[in-house]
Design a binder for this molecule. Structure first.
Ligand SMILES: Nc1ncnc2c1ncn2[C@@H]1O[C@H](COP(=O)(O)OP(=O)(O)OP(=O)(O)O)[C@@H](O)[C@H]1O
Ligand SMILES: [Mg+2]
Length: 331
């Protein structure tokens, strides 16, 4: 059996009479990325704070890095690094000074502290900006500095609370590379995110937190299988063939699964694509192909799409701390 970097059983936390975590179990194997997903207010940050010893749980058994969190919080602290949802960067001092401050906090000897700071600044593309006040950094640079600071003590387990919120696509991809590099070095990453593609991209396992409980847990593929939403896409090159197929499909209620065939939806029009609800099983595909054949429809390309994590998220979570909207509006 693989060792668990993080194991929590029956985690509970309330603020006043508001129950935030209502019996949460988590198991994160060493050297993997675990992603906690959930709407605003679901309790992700609360979970991170508890697991990283910043606040106390009301109940639950927790082991982090092999140490019992209640009995030996110091040992847990020595094993972990935390990058909070809100930056720990001090804007009044330079990036380098922020790093050296962290080195001091970790009691690194002066020379080693300087070396570690320089190495990490280099690794995170911040060498050029190192001598500038951190307040002049872009959001992406601040986020990178934040993580670089987290790594000063060489933690084996790191908690990243929404590391890419507000970053542009390039910076997000850069952050993903950083996470992958950490994992390649054997570090365990506990990641919270609002971005489902991020969990899909990075996480070995994903847990969806909703209403204080884990609504579902598994690999991205396992979670996607929990919800309907699969479809088949037909791509055409000939506009006439496309039009013919679109009207034939619109007439053929036979083919429509739950919901309606999205034939002729405007976003797909220009690309000459038709989208047909389908679970994608061989039987469904065969009957679709037979039908297309009989109708004389020749598509250029057929692709099967399984549901993505967005579908899972909407299906499993109630909508967090925002006022509830009608189902249609949410979708
Ligand atoms: N110190 C506190 N006192 C009272 N309530 C709190 C406190 N901290 C968090 N809460 C409440 O606990 C719930 C969970 O908050 P938490 O910050 O863990 O959510 P989150 O999943 O991280 O949300 P987000 O996606 O917005 O970051 C929220 O309803 C929040 O208002
Ligand atoms: Mg949060």
């Amino acid at each position: 059996m693989t060792n668990l970097a993080i194991a929590a059983n029956g985690l509970r936390k309330s603020y006043g009479d508001k129950v935030v975590l209502d019996g949460v179990d988590l198991a994160v194997p060493e050297g993997t990325v675990f992603s906690l997903l959930g709407p605003n207010g679901a309790g992700k940050t609360t979970a991170v704070k508890i697991l990283s010893t910043l606040i106390r749980a009301d109940a639950g058994a927790i082991r982090v890095g092999g140490h019992d969190l209640a009995a030996d919080p110091q040992a847990v602290r020595a094993a972990i690094g935390v990058t909070g949802q809100f930056s720990a960067v001090d804007g009044l001092i330079t990036g380098e000074e922020n790093m050296l401050l962290m080195a001091d906090l970790h009691h690194l000897p002066r020379r080693e502290g300087r070396r570690t700071a320089a190495e990490l600044l280099e690794r995170f593309g911040l060498t050029e900006a190192a001598k500038k006040p951190a307040s002049t950094y872009s959001g992406g640079m601040k986020r990178r500095l934040d993580i670089a600071m987290t790594l000063v003590g060489g933690p084996r387990i790191i908690f990243l609370d929404e590391p890419t919120t507000g970053l542009d696509p390039r910076s997000r991809h850069h952050m993903w590379q950083i996470v992958r590099q950490l994992v390649a070095d054997g570090v365990t990453v506990f990641l919270t995110t609002q971005y489902l593609d991020e969990a899909d991209e990075l996480a070995d396992r994903i847990a969806v937190l909703d209403d204080g409980k884990i609504a579902a847990e598994g690999t991205a593929e396992e979670l996607k299988r929990l919800v309907p939403g699969g479809h088949v896409r037909l791509r055409f090159t000939d506009p006439a063939a496309y039009q013919g197929a679109a009207s034939a499909l619109r007439e053929a209620t036979l083919l429509q699964g739950p919901g309606s065939a999205r034939a002729g939806d405007t976003p797909l029009d220009e690309s000459l694509m038709l989208q047909i609800p389908s679970g994608g099983s061989p039987r469904e595909l065969r009957s679709l192909l037979d039908w297309l054949d009989a109708a004389g429809i020749e598509a250029e390309e057929l692709t099967v799409h399984t549901p993505d994590l967005d579908d899972v998220f909407f299906a499993l979570t109630a909508g967090g701390d925002v006022p509830h909207q009608p189902e249609e509006a949410v979708r």
